[in-house]
Design a protein. Sequence first.
Length: 124
Amino acid sequence: MITSRERSTEDDENCKNMKFVTDNPLIRIDDFYEKHNAELRIILVDKNDTIENRIIKNEGYDNIMFNIPFDKFKITNQILIYSKNSILLVYKMEYYNDGKWGAMGYNGNGDCEFSYSTKLLKKN
C-alpha cells in the first residue's frame, strides 16, 4: 500500500525532474512599470548563445505580463526581456508540485506549477 507521503514525494520528484518548458507559462513582473501594449523583445538564451527571439506586445497595463512565446526549451535556459526602458532577466525556472493535502492525507492532483526569478539588468 502506498502512503500519502510516498505519493507526494513521487509527485514532487516528477515536477522537479522536468527538463523542458512546453506549456507557454505566464511571466508577470509586478514591481515594474511599462506602458500598456508596449513592444517587448524576448530572447531565449542558452549559455550566452541566442537560441530564439521574438517581438511581442506587453499584455500588462501597469506591469510586464506575457506568455512565453517559445514552444519548447530547456528549463536551464534564461530569457532576456528588452523593453523601451530596461533589460530584465528571467532565470531559475523550475516546476514544483502544487498537490494539496486534506484531512484524509494527500489529495494529489500532481499539478506541476511553473516558478521563476527575475532581475533588472539595466534601466534606461
